[in-house]
Design a protein around this ligand. Sequence first.
Ligand code: CP
Length: 308
Amino acid sequence: MSPRLRHLSTLQNLPRETIERLLDRAEALRDACAHGTRKLEILKGRTVLNLFFEPSTRTRTSFELAARRLGADVVNFDLGFSSTSKGEELFDTLHTLEAMHLDAIIVRHKESGTPDELVRHAMSGVSVINAGDGNRAHPTQGLLDALTIRQHRPDFENLTVVICGDIQHSRVARSDIHALTALGVKEIRLCGPTTLMPAAEEFPAVQLFDDFDQAIAGADAAIMLRLQKERMASIDLPDEVAYFNRYGLDKRRLALAAKGCLVMHPGPINRGIEIASDVADGAQSRILEQVGNGVFIRMAVLNEVLAR
Ligand code: CP
């Protein structure tokens, strides 16, 4: 059996067995808490800190719900009202909060590598979970995307998955690729403007496309990404209408995919830029299922790192 995780920083190099254990546990905890209507006591007496240095709706809320549904106490660090604005450095903030007793820190930060830095500096016994660092990793998003696909298409070895949009700045794309590769997905395709694509050597096993019509042809799942302008210094981009025409998912393009192609997006979505409203809200959309699965995946990860 693969060893229990003490921290979760990235899905890169995690064994398939560990990923499957987390997906299985997410479904078991979903059933045990009756889809969120029953509170469990698995983490009673444990304290979890949400330490978000970047905005979040889905990840922060679902980590809080996940911790509470497992019986833990939750503290939400409020960046806007914190002493970070008075110049306090990250590790001073860390040690200050640790002095109040914590069991887990969930961190989101614009700098890639911050969760690993916190692992190195955190007190022994404190687990660190990455809630998104720079463009490097968003492991719980990768897990919830894999769970959502598995619930509809457990036959990973037959699947073609296309990820389209701003791949270069996307920690979600990286974690999705790591998860789906470990789970044995047959073919992963990346599509986007050349200025927003990763170097070919970063993912030698995936196929790179510039033409979305070609990339989506026959795909079983399409994961759409927003343009992450907050991570772009200056990039030559087409205007939003031209971008949608080339890389947006509309009904015509969805018809090129395999029948029943899963439409996915990590959110927040920008309607009319990377996805048409009638596709985002359409019968094939799994976007809100992804959000729901996020709570159960985060319960599974908290249970994994904090279980005694
Ligand atoms: N998918 C995602 O990370 O969303 P938030 O930024 O709202 O947490």
